[in-house]
Write a protein that binds this ligand. Structure first.
Ligand code: ATP
Ligand code: MG
Length: 266
């Protein structure tokens, strides 16, 4: 086996990158895939939302990127996914790596020995287009863009796609755009649906699966150290991530799950 590596990126803050990584990791694990989620954000929301504190751990992504520690030393086995943890030290990596040759290739190199261990790798990028996100895009086969269904949501996407063009030219010619995940969708407004159509047409990017509906349960799940799939299995958003995972993995979507994702009763 050789892993398919996804970078989950959007330099806009708070669009559900981390939530998408956790939820998709859990959904892909449910489907029987071996999944690794990698925290590339110094805010370490991914690490915390699975119940870890990398300050207490033997190694983190900072050590992997800066000190060339093997990636597996930063990996922990959560019940729902393997996760490579980060802490605030990672902010220092931006600075340290800036002065190093081949700085964009650190993650790609670190991941190489583990590509045979996993089916899917999901990289949680920080809300910036700095060296950490460039590492994510350089290590990835495909880019997944979470887009929040709100006015002007598309604005940052153009800049992200310019960065993708640079990455293709300079560090990773094989990077493909998988598509976008529509997040925090409010089905009561026509506006949210218009945002999705606009992004799809403007950037010729496919919507993956179905929009992920808003639920306060998403904000609660990290406090329990679980994904939405384990924390609040019945909310439409949990079903939506199952649909998205199935679509990415090219496996059939259960009709009942799709119905639930669309907010209809099953
Ligand atoms: N479908 C949803 N419905 C309601 N709230 C959501 C949904 N998805 C995510 N959220 C909430 O939105 C907030 C931002 O989500 P998240 O941290 O995943 O975004 P992010 O893009 O990773 O942020 P950052 O740019 O800071 O890394 C969190 O409080 C999260 O719980
Ligand atoms: Mg995040």
């Amino acid at each position: 086996m050789t892993a398919t590596v996804y970078a989950v990126a959007n330099q806009k803050g708070g669009v559900a990158k981390t939530t998408t990584v956790v939820s998709l990791a859990a959904a892909l694990t449910e489907l029987g895939f071996a999944v690794l989620a990698i925290d590339m954000d110094p805010q370490s929301a991914l690490t915390f939302s699975l119940g870890y504190d990398a300050g207490q751990m033997q190694a983190s992504m900072h050590d992997v990127l800066v000190r060339s520690e093997p990636l597996e030393r930063a990996v922990h086995q959560h019940a729902e996914t393997d996760v490579a943890v980060a802490n605030a030290d990672l902010a220092g990596a931006e600075v340290t790596l800036a002065a190093r040759a081949g700085r964009e290739f650190r993650l790609r190199g670190a991941l190489e020995p583990l590509r045979a261990t996993y089916d899917v790798v999901l990289i949680d990028c920080p809300p910036s287009l700095g060296v950490l996100t460039l590492n994510g895009l350089t290590a990835a086969d495909r880019l997944l863009v979470p887009v929040q269904c709100e006015t002007l949501a598309h604005r940052g996407v153009a800049q992200l796609l310019e960065t993708v063009a640079d990455v293709r030219q300079l560090t990773n010619p094989d990077l493909r755009i998988a598509g976008f995940v529509a997040t925090m969708y409010d089905s009561r407004t026509r506006h949210a649906a218009a945002v999705i159509d606009d992004v799809a047409q403007r950037y010729s990017m496919p919507l993956i699966g179905v929009p992920v509906r808003s639920s306060v349960r998403f904000a609660e799940a990290p406090h329990a150290g679980r994904s939405i799939l384990r924390y609040a299995d019945r909310v439409p958003g949990a079903a939506a991530y199952r649909v998205i995972a199935a679509e990415l993995a090219c496996v059939p979507v259960d009709a009942q799950v799709r119905t639930r994702a669309e907010g209809r009763r099953t």
